[in-house]
Design a protein around this ligand. Structure first.
Ligand SMILES: Nc1ncnc2c1ncn2[C@@H]1O[C@H](COP(=O)(O)OP(=O)(O)OP(=O)(O)O)[C@@H](O)[C@H]1O
Ligand SMILES: O=C(O)[C@H](O)COP(=O)(O)O
Length: 493
């Protein structure tokens, strides 16, 4: 932590809150240009309340002088959120692995494998990203290599009843190619045809079932449906990390009818990183949280505040924090009903001794469009009529300097509107920094969340990170400290 503080005091172009002990209560942050400098032992003066600041723009320079540190003590407590018992989270990392099964357990056995093959398809039903298919291969190959017959199940999309565009058929050629076997596909996931095809499977054969969500009973976790799914198999492997936060028939219900019920290799790797590395991180531990809205990340931020040394915020949510500090935010995305929440999160960081960094400069646009006019401005003075769509170069520099001092980094949510090239620099810079730190310094880097993963993949850096999660919602729930029903249902190690 001292090392981190040093780097802040040297570079400073970020708003910092580091209130990890009583001594730090006499830290003052002051503004020079758009840089906030760290200068210890000057107690900040009393400040006007948020309402007063709103009414009195004249006082803004005064507010800037004391930046985040000077926020009034807030009694705006967060609504209590139920977070699972951490011991239950730990339990998830102690599930029996498919690796404990050998040829004696598997040869000639029918194994029901639940994978998450929910891949994006274009209008011509062509797979546009096969990451999830590739990620499911090691478990299936292991089972086939031990003489098992694999009955593979997944959902795709959110169909309401049988919907051809959500069929798993387009996946057969790619699966066959990756597995090196001719994958057989049934037109249904339960019933006579499935029973016949399953009975005819040779050792080392694969039967892909049609989309389990073609039945509403799947999402209802209907026990009869789960029993029908299970009826064609002898044992169960759950490798569908991306769907493990859903208590559905094929992820949870089926475990009542098949034993053993074990975790696949992908599931294990996800849990190792998202539970293990986060619970016992090499320190200093930093989290980078971005994305569009603070409301969708409250749980993650709160949970991470209990674990990290540094929290870097970016993306659309920062403007709610700025507005809460009395800054002009122009047309930027602001959740008016979350201003008090932003203030209380800052307070919480202070109490917990977490260094919270918000960008000091931002890239603003005159409209929300790829071809918008853009310019870089200090975070404290976004002009009227402009909106912040990315973090600025000073912020990137500070973020990088800070990340250089850490040993574990978890990243969820892009730094800006990375879908538009003009506003992708902040997100790209974080992706590059994490790749560099992983490869040159052995820093553990974990990327969770659909859009940040997409950004890393777009930058071609996915294979440079320690772990890229295949689960958007599931990884978010884990980071929020919740447990996943699909995992809890599995056998203990
Ligand atoms: N300054 C900004 N203003 C508006 N939108 C922004 C801003 N910065 C980022 N975003 C948007 O936030 C979206 C991603 O937010 P989200 O919270 O969904 O991230 P995620 O957690 O990585 O993804 P997912 O929810 O798919 O897991 C992107 O579409 C991006 O364009
Ligand atoms: O894409 C995902 O996050 C998983 O496949 C789960 O899909 P769902 O959100 O439709 O349950």
């Amino acid at each position: 932590m001292n090392q981190i503080k040093k780097s802040f005091s040297a570079f400073g172009p970020a708003i910092m809150i580091d209130m990890n002990n009583a001594r730090n209560r006499s830290v003052q942050l002051s503004v020079r240009g758009n840089c906030f400098f760290y200068s210890p032992n000057n107690a900040p003066p009393p400040l006007p309340s948020y309402k007063e600041r709103e009414r009195s723009p004249r006082r803004r320079s005064h507010i800037e002088s004391f930046a985040v540190w000077s926020l009034p003590n807030s009694n705006l407590a967060l609504a209590p959120k139920s977070i699972s018992d951490p011991r239950e989270q730990g339990e998830m990392a102690t599930k029996r692995s498919v690796g404990t099964l050998g040829e004696a357990d598997l040869r000639g056995k029918k194994v029901f494998v639940r994978a998450d093959l929910n891949v994006p398809l274009d209008d011509a039903q062509k797979i546009t990203d096969d990451t999830r298919i590739r990620a499911s291969v090691p478990t299936i190959k292991f089972l086939l290599g031990n003489g098992a017959k694999v009955i593979l199940a997944s959902h795709l999309g959110r169909p309401k009843g049988v919907t051809p565009k959500y069929s798993l058929k387009p996946l057969v050629p790619r699966l066959s190619e990756l597995l090196g076997v001719d994958v057989v596909m049934s037109n249904d996931c339960i019933g006579e045809e499935v029973e016949k095809l399953a009975a005819a499977l040779p050792d080392g054969g694969v039967l892909l079932l049609e989309n389990v969500r073609f039945y509403k009973e799947e999402e209802k976790n209907d026990p009869d449906f789960a029993k029908k799914l299970a009826s064609v198999a002898d044992l169960y492997v759950n490798d569908a990390f991306g769907t493990a936060h859903r208590a559905h028939a094929s992820t949870e219900g089926v475990t009542k009818f098949l034993k053993p019920a074990v975790a696949g290799f992908l599931m294990q790797k996800e849990l190792d990183y998202l539970v293990g590395a986060v619970a016992n991180p090499k320190k200093p531990f930093a989290a980078i949280v971005g994305g569009s809205k603070v409301s969708s990340k409250i749980g993650v931020i709160e949970s991470l505040l209990a674990k990290v040394d540094v929290l870097i915020l970016g993306g659309g949510m920062i403007f709610t924090f700025y507005k809460a500090q009395g800054y002009a935010v122009g047309k930027s995305l602001v959740e008016e009903d979350k201003l008090e929440l932003a203030t209380s999160l800052i307070e919480k960081a202070k109490t917990k001794g977490v260094a919270l960094l918000l960008p000091t400069d931002v890239v603003v646009a005159d409209k929300f469009a790829a071809d918008a006019e853009s310019k870089i401005v200090p975070a404290s003075s976004i002009p009227d009529g402009w909106m912040g769509l990315d973090v600025g170069p000073d912020a990137i520099k500070t973020f990088n300097e800070t990340l250089d001092t850490t040993k574990t980094i978890i990243w969820n949510g892009p730094m800006g509107v990375f879908e538009f090239e003009k506003f992708a620099a902040g997100t790209d810079a974080i992706a590059k920094k994490l790749a560099e730190l992983t490869t040159t310094k052995g820093v553990t880097t974990i990327i969770g969340g659909g859009d940040s993963v997409a950004a890393v993949e777009k930058a071609g850096l996915a294979d440079k990170m320690s772990h890229i999660s295949t689960g958007g919602g599931a990884s978010l729930e884990l980071l929020e400290g919740k447990t996943l029903p699909g995992v809890l249902a599995l056998d203990e190690a």
